[in-house]
Design a protein around this ligand. Structure first.
Ligand code: ADE
Length: 264
């Protein structure tokens, strides 16, 4: 009753169980690009189980109206729990995440935490929600990917799979790439360019053509800081400008405020 997306028999480094009413939504996502290759190579495995397959009756109804009234329909607990239990009976206990806008906010640190767990289950809600007893009895964490409401947990689950999978050694191909980028050091990533050196009147900064690696490194760190100050000052409140960054900025000569003040 569950579908496997992995052709290799090797033990995967990331083993994901998806519990979703719409397993087909993941078809192209799991087949494409680096993730598709990681699945083909057996580094990542993704199984999909649909609560619909465990719903009773000819109509296989999975939802019902909420107790106490209100709009929309709620996923009934029995088919969701049956899908969870069937997947785990076949392949073992997973760290279970329930997707919901009412959950812990997903970020890069959380992705790194999940990458270390090896086996994850992502339980996707649909309609107005899932009977609370599913979370009470089965969720190890409730996770939100942002402060907005999606029609269901599937896109959120895809976001989590991609963010976690690319932290698994050998999924990305070049492990250094994850060390350098936005959020790894609470700074936004520096801008990048490739050929041609001038495009529609815009030239690549000279320093990047200089071949001086130390200068390039310093310039990139400053650009990261400048972007963070401009676009995400909230990150600086939690991770203030370091002495090293201040030195790069020109130390005491710069009269601008080192860190933004928290608004009261
Ligand atoms: N389901 C609906 N909205 C969601 C969100 N923002 N994050 C996770 N799951 C969701």
């Amino acid at each position: 009753m569950s579908e496997e997306t992995n052709v290799s028999s090797a033990t995967p480094l990331l083993d994901v169980e998806l519990v979703t009413l719409f397993p087909e939504m993941f078809d192209s996502f799991l087949a494409a690009s680096l993730l598709g290759r990681a699945i083909e190579n057996g580094i990542v495995r993704v199984n999909r189980t649909s609560p619909r397959d465990y719903a009773p009756g000819r109509h296989r109804q999975v939802d019902d109206s909420p107790y106490g009234g209100g709009p929309g329909m709620i996923l009934r607990p029995e088919p969701v729990v049956a899908a969870i239990e069937a997947a785990e009976a076949e392949r073992g206990r997973a760290f279970r995440l329930m997707l919901s806008p009412a959950g812990r906010l997903f970020d890069q640190a959380f992705a790194a935490e999940l990458a270390g767990r090896g086996r994850l289950m992502l339980i996707c809600g649909r309609y107005e929600g899932v009977d609370e007893r599913v979370a009470d009895l089965f969720a190890d964490e409730i996770v939100s990917i942002g402060d907005y409401v999606l029609a269901g947990g599937e896109i959120a689950a895809a976001v989590i799979i991609e963010a976690v999978a690319r932290l698994i050694p050998s999924v990305l191909g070049c492990e250094a790439s994850t060390l350098d980028e936005s959020f790894s050091a609470a700074r936004l990533e520096y801008p990048q360019w490739t050929r041609p050196p001038t495009f529609r009147g815009l030239a690549v900064p000279d320093v990047l053509l200089s071949g001086n690696h130390a200068q390039v490194e310093g310039w990139r760190r400053l650009e990261s800081l400048r972007r963070t100050q401009q676009r995400r000052p909230d990150l600086l409140l939690r991770h203030p400008v370091t002495d090293e960054e201040e030195a790069l900025q020109g130390g005491g000569k710069d009269k601008r405020r080192k860190n933004p003040k928290k608004r009261t």
